[in-house]
Ligand binder design. Structure first.
Ligand code: ANZ
Ligand code: ZN
Length: 839
């Protein structure tokens, strides 16, 4: 994930880009064609605010930050394809962001609407729902967000809700946690709508209006004791409320309006409207309330109150004296008196013809009957809202639309893109839109009638910029298209995407939506590369997602809860640009070198977990590299093996054969750790172990034997040390590139990065035994030893275990003597532990 150019890398950046760089270098060495690019998420408010503060143009601030951070990335020894670099604020880039907006508009996925929006009073701008946290604060400024009614641009992401949800199932390379967060955010809910005709206030006069409710529990229809509408429902605003109830309704509305925190969990406050509706099945009178807990923008904005089976309805009913003794249960439970019955069950005798049916069957039948009678229908509801993309600020891509008094709102023709930002002289902290104050910039001609027209003065949310940037890398210099459709179809999806869990919802959902949109609308060449992964994944942009944990500066006075990384007390801060607390990457790299810093970061914690910054342990990495260095120097006295020389394990003496086997086991493990698990810490541990084995066999002071050297007591093979050091240095290279290159070039003429990754030779370890711990239902029972080569054939390996007498003992229940079968087999750590689940 590309960074925001705040000016300085923080340790979180160093971590994510070390992980990405190590993997990029590793995959290159295995012979793959790797694209490892970098760009800058460069629009956005901080630049605008910094510009106002310092009185310099946002562009100047942004580009100087970019230069600074690029230098720091190079200092970290990253191997980035800089020829693909761009910033989202480059006109050559935002031209295509505007083009994307127009494509969405043409597809009917962009619209403008008055909306009650989130207004950040500090940054003076509108925020998307996703940018407001649970406590109702802006994700950026931290200010308490207000609600305001304004005309805004929306992108209809809800049109893709179902496929955004369904296709999560194909993302097997994503962390479950992220998949679950996306599912919850999309929030699919299946149920039904029911119509409740309004009972006319004056008896005898007919009423044709009705209130429609959405419910996820149609089976509870017979338990309805009231309806409740949202405070902004038309019923309330239309003046239908009976005169004698207006004072209490107004008092309630005033109480709601007085609330400063619009995002706090709503209370169970409410008021009776004096109005009634008719139950669609029983035709009984149902009172209508206004309730704070009913959301205006979910479902129909009306709830059928079933206090017997819904906790919020139960609480609400207990606040309203007329409702408290109207609670009707439709599913029986012994504890019904203490609270609502929150489960599915069998419908009781209150349910007329449906009595005795299970909830599940009743849901279907009641919905079907309602549909037949024209008073209801089945309904799927999503929590996902359309994406509010307009911002009333300067530093963003201008919305490429023109307002004409005769043609209405029309898109700017593609040939006129980009719509450039005007010079930034009008910026001020007064708020409001700077483009709105720039009269000359707004004046333009209408692409439809050529008459005078005005430009739209909103700029786009920066999440639009970042929703497609990965596609631009494939064709960063293309001035004719955002990306070449055939290249994109071949190269996409991104194989591995590394970034923070904080983007689990927003950025990843928008990117998925936009890529799917472009895919569905055929913006990838359909003829080129049939059967591509992009098609297989239905336009998903990222095959594998690695979410790296935070870097934390643990205050040594605070105990840390190991498992979660949470501090036991509160003094524990994330090292982010906003709460940056003092470990400066440049200082660390200056003190220990980039190689050691990288190794330390990779070694200290698995990438997904919190990394507790503890500078003292960097020296461990320094010492290790010093030991490798000593071996390299010692080896430099030895002769190079002749070209095409191969070590034959069988010709080695036992001690050397063991050492050679250790080297190949290390290759096997490190390769697996990097390729599959992204388990850098175990890979480094294996390399350290190999270094230890080498140091034991080739202790300092005793130079290795040269051919014909009789001084040595052991009959050493002359080319073993160089061969093993070759492996070691090649495996070290992706993680510690600079020192590995130095080691390598001390005895070779080429770069280590032109070498192939060492390949594991099964023959080398054919007579090495490895031990496997066997668990039954999670409890350790016994150990078995195997030739290590068996570990590479999973099914054979499992068969061997299952055939062992030790295992056979567990195949029946001790008490009941009944036979048990294996229902699951979990192989952990490349076969070091296997857990069998027996049932
Ligand atoms: C009756 C009922 C009985 C309900 C019961 C639940 C349990 P999900 O699953 O999240 O979609 N609801 C509907 N619209 C609402 C709104 N605008 N504001 C607040 N609540 C609303 O939730 C659906 C349920 O949330 C609906 O099903 C409705 O309460 C409530 F035993 O209807 B239920
Ligand atoms: Zn016109």
């Amino acid at each position: 994930m590309f960074p925001y150019p705040s000016g300085k890398l923080h340790m979180g950046h160093v971590r994510v880009y070390t992980i990405a760089d190590t993997l990029a270098r590793f995959h290159k060495m295995t012979g793959k064609h790797v694209i490892h690019p970098m760009a800058w998420d460069a629009f956005g408010l901080p630049a605008e605010n910094a510009a106002i503060e310092r009185n310099i143009p946002p562009a100047e601030w942004t580009y100087s930050n970019i230069a600074q951070m690029k230098k720091q990335l190079q200092m970290m020894l990253t191997d980035i394809d800089w020829d693909m670099e761009f910033a989202t604020c480059d006109p050559e880039y935002y031209k295509w962001t505007q083009d994307l907006f127009i494509k969405l508009h043409q597809a009917g996925l962009v619209y403008q609407k008055e909306a009650l929006v989130n207004w950040d009073p500090v940054d003076q701008t509108v925020l998307a729902n996703e940018q407001v946290d649970k406590s109702g604060r802006s994700w950026r400024s931290g200010a308490l967000v207000e609600k305001r009614q304004l005309k805004q641009w929306f992108i209809r992401i809800t049109a893709y809700a179902e496929e955004l949800l369904q296709d999560l199932n194909s993302l097997q390379g994503w962390p479950n946690r992220v998949l679950q967060m996306q599912r919850n955010w999309i929030g699919k809910s299946e149920g039904a709508e029911f119509d409740f005709p309004l009972l006319s206030p004056t008896p005898g006069t007919p009423s044709d209006s009705k209130l429609t409710v959405f419910t996820s529990r149609p089976d509870t229809l017979y338990g309805v004791s009231y309806l409740a509408v949202a405070a902004n429902h038309a019923l309330v605003t239309s003046g239908a409320i009976l005169a004698n109830h207006r004072p209490s309704v107004k008092a309630f509305m005033d109480r709601v309006a007085a609330k400063t925190d619009a995002y706090a969990e709503p209370s169970r406050d409410g008021a009776f409207t004096g109005l009634y509706a008719l139950h669609p099945f029983t035709h009984q009178k149902v009172p209508i309330y206004i309730a704070e807990y009913v959301l205006g923008d979910y479902g129909t904005g009306v709830v059928m109150g079933v206090p017997g089976h819904d906790i919020r309805d139960w609480e609400f009913a207990h606040q309203q004296p007329e409702l408290a003794n109207q609670i009707q249960f439709v599913i029986d439970s012994p504890n019904a008196a203490d609270g609502p019955v929150l489960t599915l069950g069998a419908l009781n005798s209150n349910c007329g013809p449906y009595a005795g049916l299970s909830s599940k069957v009743a849901m279907q039948k009641i919905t079907k009957d309602a549909q037949a009678q024209g008073v209801g229908r089945s309904k799927v509801q999503y929590k996902l809202r359309d994406w509010l993309v307009s911002r009333q600020r300067y530093w963003g891509a201008p919305v490429p639309m023109v307002h004409c008094s005769s043609c209405g709102t029309v898109p700017v023709p593609r040939s006129d893109l980009p719509v450039l930002l005007p010079p930034s002289s009008e910026l001020s902290s007064r708020g409001g839109s700077p483009l709105k104050r720039d009269e000359t910039w707004q004046q333009t001609t209408c692409p439809g009638c050529q008459g005078p027209a005005r430009r739209d003065t909103d700029t786009m949310d920066t999440f639009v910029d970042s929703s497609w940037y990965f596609l631009r890398f494939l064709d960063a210099q293309n001035s004719q298209q955002a990306f070449a459709p055939d290249t994109a179809r071949r190269a996409m999806p991104v194989d591995l995407y590394v970034g923070g869990i904080e983007h689990a919802i927003l950025h990843l959902l928008y990117s998925r939506f936009i890529t799917k949109f472009l895919w569905r609308e055929n913006h990838f060449d359909t003829k080129a590369h049939p059967g591509s992964n992009l098609d297989r994944l239905r336009g998903e942009p990222f095959i594998q997602l690695l979410t790296q944990g935070m870097v934390d500066l643990a205050d040594p006075r605070n105990p840390i809860v190991r498992r979660t990384g949470e501090s036991a007390s509160v003094n524990h801060e994330k090292m982010s640009k906003s709460k940056y607390n003092g470990v400066d990457p440049e200082t660390v790299i200056g003190a220990y070198g980039a190689d050691c810093t990288r190794l330390y970061i990779l070694y200290k914690a698995p990438p997904q977990e919190v990394l507790e910054w503890d500078e003292q342990s960097i020296v461990g990495m320094q010492r290790w590299l010093a030991r490798v260095s000593r071996l390299v120097q010692q080896n430099n006295h030895a002769h190079l093996p002749p070209k095409d020389y191969r070590i034959e394990p069988d010709s080695l003496i036992p001690a050397e054969r063991d050492l050679y086997a250790t080297a190949h086991q290390t290759i096997q493990q490190v390769t697996r750790d990097l390729a599959e698990g992204h388990s850098f810490n175990t890979a480094i541990a294996a390399l350290i172990k190999l270094t230890n084995a080498l140091t034991l066999y080739y202790p300092p002071m005793a130079p290795p034997s040269r051919p014909g050297n009789t001084a040595s007591e052991l009959p050493r093979s002359p080319f073993l040390l160089p061969a093993i050091l070759d492996y070691l240095v090649r495996m070290l290279a992706p993680m510690a590139p600079c020192i590995a290159e130095e080691f390598w070039t001390s005895s070779h003429l080429t770069s280590v990065f032109h070498q192939l990754w060492p390949t594991f030779n099964p023959k080398a370890i054919s007579n090495v035994e490895v031990e496997t711990v066997i668990q039954i239902n999670g409890k350790t029972k016994f150990k078995l030893s195997f030739p290590s080569t068996v570990l590479d054939q999973k099914s054979h390996f499992l068969e061997l275990i299952k055939a062992s007498p030790q295992f056979q003992k567990f195949l029946h229940d001790r008490q009941t003597k009944k036979p048990l079968t294996v229902v699951n087999e979990i192989v952990v750590k490349g076969g070091k532990l296997v857990n069998f689940i027996l049932k």
